[in-house]
Every structure is written in C-alpha cells, then in structure tokens.
Write a protein that binds this ligand. Structure first.
Ligand code: CP
Ligand code: NVA
Length: 292
C-alpha cells in the first residue's frame, strides 16, 4: 500500500528529524539525489500557488523525474470525473501525486483510491510541506529543534495546524495565539499534543503579547486564506517567519519581512529541499537511517 503524506502524522518523530537533516544535505548539493530518475510525478493544483508549484516542479526535475502539472479546469475532474477514477488512472502513469485543493476530505478521498503516494500541497486544514520547510529553517538557524519556542500569531488554520502537528513531533514548543473565533481545530490540537515527541508540545492562547514572550521565532500567515472571500506578532524576537504570500503592513510589517531578523526567504527556498527529501522518502529507494 502506498505511503501518503496528508497531515504529517504519517511520519515518526525519527523519520521527521531524518528528513530535515536530509533536506539540509540536499541543499548543500542540489544534484546529490536522482531518486526519481525515469519517473513522473503529477502535481494537481485546484488553488493558486507560487512557491509550492515552482519548488515541487523544480524539485522533481532535480531528482531526475518529470513533473506533470495539472491546473484547475485542465482535467476531467472539472467535468465530473470521480476522484476514485482520477486516482486510479493517475496511479498507472506516475510515481506520486501532489494535490492542492480546498476541503481536506477531497485529498483524503483521492488518497484512499491512489496506488501511489499522495502528498498534501495544501488544503484548508493542513499544509504539512510548509511545516517541513519551517522546521528545516529553524534547524539551520538554531542547530537543534528540541527546546525551541515558536510562537504563531494569526489565523489558526492550515499553516498553524501543520506547525502544531509537525513542530510538536520534532520537539518544538509551539505556541499558537489567535483571536477566540479563529482558534485551531481542537481535534487537530489534540492530535498534535498526543503525537508530541522530543520534549515538544502545543499551547493555545488568545494573548499574543504573552505568547511572544521568550519566543525564539515569531510566525504569522495571511489574515484571509485562499477560499475565504470575506474575511502579529509585534514583539521583537530572534527570528521572523512567514509562509508567504505576505501582505506587508497587514499581518507583518515591511521592516520585519525584509529586515535582518527575517528568515522568510530561506524558509521559502527550503520548500524545495524539504520536499525533495520527502519525495525521496515516499518514492525513492530505501535509505539508511541516520546514525544515532
Ligand atoms: N507558502 C506557500 O504554500 O506558498 P504558495 O501558495 O505560493 O505555494
Ligand atoms: N493560510 C494560507 C496559506 C497560504 C500558503 C492559505 O490557505 O491561503
């Protein structure tokens, strides 16, 4: 049965830490791995993207594979073809399927019928590939993940959820500060807490000032996510993170985004390296576990 990456819960704590280390190796030598030699990967985008689209397409190519990008309206899904048939047919052509869509249930249904690994490239509830790059960026900047306090201030949806699930598993203390009506999903918070490892954990609050105290990094995201038609960290911290796209002057100031404390551009670049390591793990030949 294919191994999927839908929320990040699928990885053990050791696998996650190994993956981050591997991503750092792949960054040091972009031509190091040819894990996808001769294979193709479908990248299905039902929502817009800059970083995810380019980093996956470039990453698959650098691993020796062939990316097949499918945008909304380009497949028979837009004319009513079932997710089951779509998944079964793509499984005959490609070695993995990346999907960006709205409802998380759509991704889950597609994965249930896929015979090849399915990778979540963002749903309304989860953005686990972003969290991989976030962890890699923190590891580069601080050396160790365990013991770091990372405070997320903003909407408690996909980016916050994945930071909670994967961050706590990697040993971060993830503090999520939101307005009361925009808090994270309780069930996802419970999952993140239950799967925490290496001293990590999750705290939820409505007080951004207190949450930012002693944080090693402050993280924020847009106020209005894709698919939301209507609808900050202000303390100085060692590092400022943002998954991008950003709206300078809204959820983050231009001074912070472009300033010395910003790790945002490394964070964006690291999508490439982290996803290459993920594709190696899911699709590529087995690798030795890292030495203890
Ligand atoms: N951070 C992120 O996923 O960016 P894109 O929406 O541009 O892919
Ligand atoms: N929360 C944002 C993240 C974009 C990468 C969104 O869903 O639009």
């Amino acid at each position: 049965m294919a191994r999927h990456f839908l929320t990040g819960e699928e990885l053990t704590s050791d696998e996650l830490l190994d993956l981050v280390d591997r991503a750092i190796q792949l960054k040091a030598d972009r031509a190091l791995s040819r894990a996808l030699e001769g294979r193709s990967v479908a990248l299905v985008f039902e929502r817009p993207s800059t970083r995810t689209r380019v980093s996956f397409e470039v990453g698959v190519r650098e691993l020796g594979g062939h990316p097949v990008v499918l945008r909304e309206g380009e497949t028979q899904l837009s004319r009513g073809e079932s997710l089951r048939d779509f998944a079964l047919v793509l499984s005959r052509f490609v070695a993995a399927i990346g999907v960006r869509t709205g409802p998380h249930a759509t991704l889950v249904e597609l994965a249930e019928h896929s015979e090849v690994p399915v990778v979540n490239m963002l749903t309304e509830d989860h953005h686990p590939c972003q969290a991989l790059a976030d962890l890699m960026t923190l590891r580069e900047r601080f050396g160790e993940l365990s013991g770091l306090r990372v405070t997320y201030v903003g909407d408690g949806n996909n980016v916050a959820h994945s930071l909670m699930v994967l961050g706590a598993k990697a040993g971060l203390e993830v503090v999520v500060a939101t307005p009361p009506e925009l808090g994270p999903d309780r069930q996802i918070a419970e999952i993140a807490t239950a799967s925490a490892a290496n001293g990590g954990g999750v705290k939820l609050t409505n007080d951004p000032e207190a949450a930012a105290t002693d944080a090693h990094a402050l993280y924020t995201d847009v106020w209005v996510s894709m698919g939301e038609d209507d609808a900050a960290g202000s303390r100085r911290a060692a590092l400022a993170l943002h998954c991008l796209p950003a709206h300078p002057g809204e959820e983050i100031s231009g001074d912070v985004l472009y300033g010395d404390r910003s790790a945002v551009w490394d964070q964006a670049e690291n999508r490439l390296h982290a996803q290459k390591a993920l594709l190696e793990l899911l699709v590529g030949p087995p690798r030795l576990r890292r030495a203890a």
